[in-house]
Ligand binder design. Structure first.
Ligand SMILES: Cc1cc2nc3c(=O)[nH]c(=O)nc-3n(C[C@H](O)[C@H](O)[C@H](O)COP(=O)(O)O)c2cc1C
Length: 183
């Protein structure tokens, strides 16, 4: 299987990055190929007001967001890795996801092209045992459903604030690796 992983943290080598690396290591053991993309490396811009009414939900910009979304279309599994910022996913990840709305290829919208693919989510957050994790995951779960994608699981590294702090939690890294192996 082909995997594309998006990192929604500006902190390279941070907790999200490390968690996703472990998922990808597990996936490699299972024989899968993966590409990891740092969203912070791309000049992503917010969705524009070119939808609705007479318009056909096509983004005339056809910029880097579309190129990154092409990678989801070309893959079997999309991994979304995000730190929790303000009780939600990071703005960078949200901005990227919003751009999915105007994606079209050959007259087909994204949800026609993602049916049957898998989505897997990795979150890193400083709060331990936070009661709001389900609220953070909910839009992603609904998003997967909207895109007719199968939910392949999630891993939550909670109680990790400093960069690389997830290294102090071998049980989380083992869980991440197992998740990757299960793909
Ligand atoms: C702008 C900002 C907002 C944050 N909000 C939260 C939060 O609501 N809940 C939480 O548990 N941690 C919060 N954190 C802490 C990060 O989630 C935590 O440091 C995480 O490990 C960062 O992951 P990274 O190393 O991949 O960047 C916040 C950090 C930043 C910079």
């Amino acid at each position: 299987m082909k995997i594309v992983a998006f990192i929604g943290s500006p902190r390279k080598g941070g907790n999200t990055d490390r968690l996703v690396d472990e998922i990808l290591a597990g996936a490699a053991e299972a024989g899968h190929q993966a590409e990891k993309i740092y969203l912070a490396d791309y000049a992503l811009t917010p969705i524009d007001a070119v939808y609705g009414g007479e318009l056909d939900w096509t983004d005339p910009r056809q910029d880097v967001a579309d190129e990154l979304i092409d990678k989801i279309v070309a893959a079997d599994v999309a991994i979304l890795g995000s730190p929790v910022y303000w009780f939600s996913i990071s703005g960078l990840m949200k901005l990227f996801i919003d751009r999915w709305s105007l994606y079209q290829r050959g007259g087909q919208r994204l949800r026609d092209l993602t049916a049957g693919k898998k989505m897997l989510v990795a979150l890193a957050m400083a709060d331990p045992n936070a009661g709001y994790v389900d609220a953070v995951l909910a839009p992603l779960r609904y998003g997967a459903k909207w895109l007719k994608m199968e939910w392949a699981g999630q891993i939550i590294a909670d109680g990790v604030g400093d960069p690389g702090e997830v290294e102090n939690h071998p049980e989380l890294l083992a869980e991440a690796r197992k998740l990757g192996q299960s793909l």
